[in-house]
Design a protein around this ligand. Structure first.
Ligand code: NAP
Length: 327
């Protein structure tokens, strides 16, 4: 497995997103044994970046990752996130990046993850009620205390990134970036100027780009708690129109002799060695498939074709979710 840099942090250039093992695409506890085998297989294959967040569950995903890493903690760069749970009684899905909330959040994450330090600690969403300087100031204090190693932001935009980085170096921005969600390309020059890596979340388009979700019935069959049932790209006419994108990715996969998931990941890897996709899966065979994208080579023509893929219909999040995304 090749490596990549997120600021000064070295990681495998393909990571593993753990969210879908307990949240977003399935309920907690669905198949924890297979999820843990998936994390172990990832480590065996050289994946060193594991991604979770306190809001996933909430809490259950961090607990699961903590169980999986028992005895193997030293093999990974462990990343988690705060800021979508207010620990003052207001609870989950409340933006709170105040220093007081961060100090409570980090203790809970450390306990659930069964560790004394988090390697990469991200603000999950920018909190309009807390100046970013205060947030990063509190995080810098955690770095000094050894509780966290590096600081990340998620779905922040230019002004916040610059202001945050002026307080303490930011190692990574984690935002949605994939063949059908390209707006991060506008921010890459700033990230490169500041030496910040880009962690690409939902790099498989929440599974859509893999070609495994092909009919409205496939969407209906998803778990009732599945985010995709309300996602604009997976519903109504948008979904039908977007199928063309999956066909275009499949066409390149056929040329390369790879799977569509591997093509979607290999394309991201062509964009720079400071870009680290974190595909999510809770299945051993898929972590093997996704990790093998490290060895998939695309020709210049194939990259150019993928660069010009049919644009997606529908936003990558619901309107409510977009309220929390800085642009
Ligand atoms: N910072 C943020 O706000 C944010 C937001 C979303 C996600 N994330 C992080 O990013 C990670 C990845 O994003 P994501 O899980 O949303 O989306 P993703 O990686 O684009 O896609 C995950 C979906 O694709 C399926 N899948 C994975 N590999 C596949 C393969 N080879 N063939 C067919 N289907 C495959 C998975 O199903 P199975 O599990 O059944 O294999 C799952 O339903 C998350 O786990 C999370 O850690 C962060």
């Amino acid at each position: 497995m090749h490596t990549a840099h997120l600021g000064k942090l070295e990681v495998s250039r393909i990571g593993l997103g753990a969210m879908g093992m307990s949240h977003g695409y399935t309920s907690a506890g669905t198949d924890d044994a297979e999820s843990i085998r998936t994390i172990h297989r990832a480590l065996d294959l050289g994946v060193t970046l594991i991604d979770t967040a306190e809001i996933y569950g909430p809490y259950t995903n961090e607990e699961l990752v903590g169980r999986a890493l028992q005895g193997r903690r030293d093999q990974v760069v462990l990343a988690t996130k705060f800021g979508l749970v207010a620990h003052d009684g207001r609870g989950p899905w409340t933006l709170d990046s105040s220093p007081a909330n961060i100090r409570l959040a980090v203790e809970g994450s450390l306990r659930r993850l069964g560790t004394d330090h988090i390697d990469l600690y991200y603000q999950h969403r920018v909190d309009p009620n807390t100046p970013i300087e205060d947030t990063v100031g509190a995080l810098a204090e955690l770095v000094r205390q050894g509780k966290i190693g590096h600081i990340g932001l998620s779905e922040a935009w230019t002004d916040t990134i610059r202001r945050a980085h002026a307080v303490h170096p930011i190692s990574a921005l984690q935002s949605e970036y994939s063949l059908w969600t390209r707006d991060q390309e506008q921010i890459l020059p700033l990230l490169r100027e500041l030496g910040i890596g880009l962690v690409a979340y939902s790099p498989l388009g929440r599974g859509f780009l893999t070609g495994t979700i092909r009919t409205a019935e496939d969407v209906q069959r998803l778990d009732d708690s599945d985010f995709r049932k309300n996602n604009p790209r997976f519903t109504g006419e948008n979904f039908e129109r977007n199928l063309r994108i999956a066909e275009e990715v499949q066409a390149v996969a056929d040329q390369v002799g790879a799977t569509p998931a591997q093509v979607a990941l290999a394309w991201l890897l062509t964009k720079g060695d400071d870009i680290v996709p974190i595909p999510g899966t809770k299945r051993v065979h898929r972590v093997e498939e996704n990790t093998a994208a490290d060895a998939v080579e695309l020709t210049a023509e194939q990259v150019a074709f993928l660069d010009r893929l049919t644009p997606a219909e529908g936003g990558h999040h619901t309107d409510d979710q977009m309220q929390m995304i800085e642009r």
